[in-house]
Structure formats: structure tokens, C-alpha cells
Design a protein around this ligand. Structure first.
Ligand SMILES: [Zn+2]
Length: 263
């Protein structure tokens, strides 16, 4: 009987107290909005889950000085890029890399997604990506366990407390996508190369395929060789997270070895 009662109590408590429910997301949003720039606040407002919201805010605080410079292009800027000289330069370089690749790997070709990754797309991915889900769950349980943190609208210290708390907490492993707005793909500063054979992708940009396909079949080295031979504005690949397909693109910084670090 006592066990059943305890189970019943546990069930009731679980139902009435899920880890940070909807009202807390609103409290978090209000507190985070106090000391982040406007583009970041707007992006956070489009992330309903409290943990995913906090995880994104953590990246925004870390980026703060460079956030607005790195922020993903607006729709208008993306449209202006379509057909521009800078886009043609990128496409020509990708074409040269592709020709080199096919000539040394007969039967295989490179596929590069050359679409700018919009902020909306990044937000949609952030709201459903599994690696974001597990990193934010870690963050939420650490927050839940921290008796010093009171996520309440009546706590005037909350904005400052959250900022320093997030600065001190790093979920491991971290998410394998950049926080919305901060992807290097949002300003065409990065390109993901994939390998296809007879029109179907055999080495996709998928973290589950890094060891089994990219490394095991040597596509990481083969891609790198073609980029070295024909893509002077590309650098990489990204090592954290481990993405052998992701190369940063910096035509203006060819000489300086500038590397973007966001996936
Ligand atoms: Zn990428």
C-alpha cells in the first residue's frame, strides 16, 4: 500500500510539475531579452522549448561582440546575393573543385548545396534537431538542480544570473548545429560538399556517416585533396563538431587563413 501511494504521489507530481513548463519559457524569454541584442531576442522568441531557448541564448552570450556581424542574412540580402558577382565567383570555384574531383575519382561527383541557409530554416532545425534536444536537456537538468537559480518573474536578478550561469555551463557533447542566426551558412561563409554516384548521394552531410562512410571509404581525404588543388578560398574541414564535408569560404581572406568555426 505505501509503495502504491508513493507511486501515485510520484505520478501526480510528475504531471503537475514537468521540468520547466510553458510559463517558465515566458519568464526565461523576458529575462534573456534584457541583455541580448534585438536579432537574438527575436530568434529566441521563435524557440518555444525552454531548454532549446537557453542553449541558443548561451551561444548568443558567447558570441556577443561579434553577433551582429555574424548574424544570418535577411531575406532581402539573400535575394540580392542571387545572381551577384560574388555568387558567380563562388559557383565557379565550386565547379573547378567538382571537375577536379570527378577527374581523379571516375564515376563519382561532388554535390554542394549553394543555398544560403535562412534564419527561418535554422530556427526550424534548432527546434527539432536531436543533438540540440539532448544538449538542452542536460542544461535544463543542471538548472533544475541548482538551488541558487530561481526562474521566477519576481526575481529582479534573473537576467544577470542567467547570463553568468550560462557562461559557466557547457553541455557535452554540444549540439551539432550552430544556434539560429550564427551558422556560417547564413552568410555563405561555408559550403557542405557531399559525394554522389549515379545521381544518388553516397556520402551525405550526416554525422552518423562520418566514421562509417567518410573516414572508412576515404572520402574525407579525397574531398580535401580536390579542395587543396582547386579551391583556394576554402578552408577546413570543420573539426568541432567533426564534419569532413563542411568547408569555410572566405574569398576576401584567402591570404590570411581566416577560419569560421560555426557549423
Ligand atoms: Zn556546414
Amino acid at each position: 500500500m505505501p509503495i502504491r501511494r508513493a507511486l501515485l504521489l510520484f505520478a501526480i507530481v510528475s504531471v503537475i510539475r514537468p521540468a520547466l513548463a510553458a510559463p517558465d519559457a515566458a519568464v526565461l524569454q523576458q529575462a534573456l531579452a534584457r541583455n541580448l541584442p534585438e536579432p537574438a531576442v527575436q530568434a529566441l522568441a521563435a524557440i518555444p522549448d525552454p531548454g532549446r531557448k537557453l542553449l541558443a541564448a548561451r551561444s548568443y552570450y558567447r558570441a556577443q561582440a561579434s553577433l551582429e556581424k555574424r548574424w544570418s542574412w535577411s531575406e532581402a540580402r539573400i535575394q540580392a546575393y542571387e545572381g551577384s558577382a560574388e555568387q558567380k565567383q563562388l559557383l565557379a570555384e565550386i565547379a573547378r573543385i567538382g571537375e577536379h574531383f570527378s577527374s581523379v575519382n571516375p564515376g563519382y561527383s561532388l554535390y554542394a548545396n549553394t543555398k544560403v541557409r535562412s534564419l527561418d530554416r535554422q530556427i526550424a532545425v534548432w527546434n527539432e534537431n536531436a543533438s540540440v534536444g539532448s544538449a538542452s536537456a542536460q542544461l535544463m537538468s543542471a538548472l533544475d538542480a541548482d538551488a541558487g537559480m530561481k526562474i521566477e518573474a519576481g526575481n529582479p536578478q534573473l537576467p544577470t544570473q542567467l547570463k553568468s550561469w550560462l557562461g559557466a555551463h557547457s553541455p557535452a557533447p554540444g549540439p551539432n548545429v550552430a544556434a539560429p542566426g550564427l551558422s556560417a551558412h547564413g552568410q555563405m561563409h561555408a559550403v557542405d560538399f557531399q559525394i554522389s554516384q549515379n545521381g544518388s548521394l553516397i556520402a551525405p552531410a550526416d554525422s552518423a556517416k562520418v566514421a562509417t562512410v567518410w573516414r572508412a571509404q576515404g572520402w574525407d581525404a579525397k574531398l580535401k585533396a580536390s579542395i587543396k588543388a582547386a579551391g583556394p578560398a576554402f578552408e577546413g574541414p570543420l573539426t568541432s563538431p567533426d564534419e569532413p564535408w563542411h568547408y569555410s569560404y572566405s574569398p576576401a581572406h584567402e591570404e590570411t587563413g581566416h577560419v569560421e568555426i560555426s557549423p
